[in-house]
Design a protein around this ligand. Structure first.
Ligand SMILES: [Zn+2]
Length: 315
């Protein structure tokens, strides 16, 4: 659909009715938002002829940042609700994702983020918001397979006591405030030596259920590592992690958390606020690493998201 087509779609006057039987009948949507006026970035899905109960209010208008996300990509869902009615969560792939309010021209809008898992099979998938169901199409990202060798001492995913819990706790952090605005930046100027989504053959054996959850930056030991976006330091671990090595995790808010692992130096403290581009540590080879590099990943509500998308465009 071209920009012009999208715009004219939205200009068509649409109305919203409420009947006395406590049922909402949506025959269309009313509002034109700035996001749409900016172009085709937002795909629009109109609510059409739906009858829902008042206990599960249907959104007047729902937008998806993409209706055809690739595996590993994050989708932002935006909606408007009648005033003072909290929106139901987004349900996708058997998980629920919370909406957060934003003040916009003409009232409050709500935004939620979900990520298509790298391992999800391509094809049509449903996304539910209350009693409204929409379909999106998951596209195959064609992530490659990489062969690597590791010494036997490092060819395992063993963790230290408490390590997994600390990492999982950081991944599951969903704080109400959104600390970022605009694009994220790469945490290192070094060359990317392993991309997001790679499957791996280690010492000749394909690792089932494994994919590379982030980007590897092949910088030398001691080269600077910067925060990809503003946020609050969730983890600042400078000893004891067997698998991840020295680790920093930053909460960017609303379910978005970045991780910096295998560091030689950690320069921040837990609870500290950091700015985008602020030096938080240095590249190292701690934990399960076969050479000096930074492993950098972005998780959105516990699901690994392709960092390239965050560097290119903000949600
Ligand atoms: Zn890595």
């Amino acid at each position: 659909m071209s920009n012009n087509q999208l715009r004219s779609e939205h200009r068509r006057f649409q109305s919203f009715l409420r009947n006395p039987l406590l049922k909402l009948q949506i025959i269309g949507s009313l509002l034109v938002t700035a996001s749409i006026a900016q172009g085709a970035y937002w795909g629009c899905l109109h609510a059409q002829e739906e009858t829902v109960s008042s206990s599960a209010p249907a959104p007047q208008e729902v937008w998806f940042s993409s209706e055809k996300p690739k595996q590993g990509e994050t989708v932002e869902v935006e909606l408007r609700m009648p005033a003072a009615v909290p929106p139901p969560p987004v349900e996708f792939n058997k998980e629920s994702y919370k909406f957060f309010p934003f003040q916009a021209e003409g009232g409050t809008i709500y935004k939620a983020l979900f990520t298509v898992p790298v391992v999800m099979k391509p094809g049509a998938k449903s996304v539910k918001i209350g009693s409204t169901t929409r379909n999106i199409t998951v596209l195959d990202a064609h992530y490659p397979v990489q062969r690597m060798t590791l010494p036997p001492s490092k060819n395992n995913f063993n963790t230290a006591p408490g390590e997994e819990e600390a990492i999982d706790g950081a991944k599951g952090t969903v704080s109400a405030e959104r600390f970022w605005k605009g694009n994220f930046q790469a945490p290192s100027a070094a060359r990317v030596s392993a991309g997001f989504g790679l499957r791996r053959i280690v010492n000749g054996k394909l690792l089932d259920d494994y994919f590379h959850s982030g980007l590897d930056f092949a910088g030398g030991i001691g080269s600077p590592v910067a925060a990809c976006a503003p946020g609050k330091v969730l983890l600042a671990v400078s000893k004891g992690f067997k698998l991840h090595g020295n680790t920093v995790a930053i909460d960017h808010g609303q379910g978005v958390v970045s991780f910096y692992i295998h560091l030689s130096k950690v320069l921040v403290k837990e609870g500290q606020m950091v700015k985008q581009g602020e030096k938080i540590g240095a590249i190292g080879q701690t934990g399960r690493a076969n050479g000096p590099h930074l492993h950098f990943s972005i998780y959105v509500n516990k699901v690994a998201s392709t960092p390239w998308q965050w560097f290119r465009k903000a949600h």
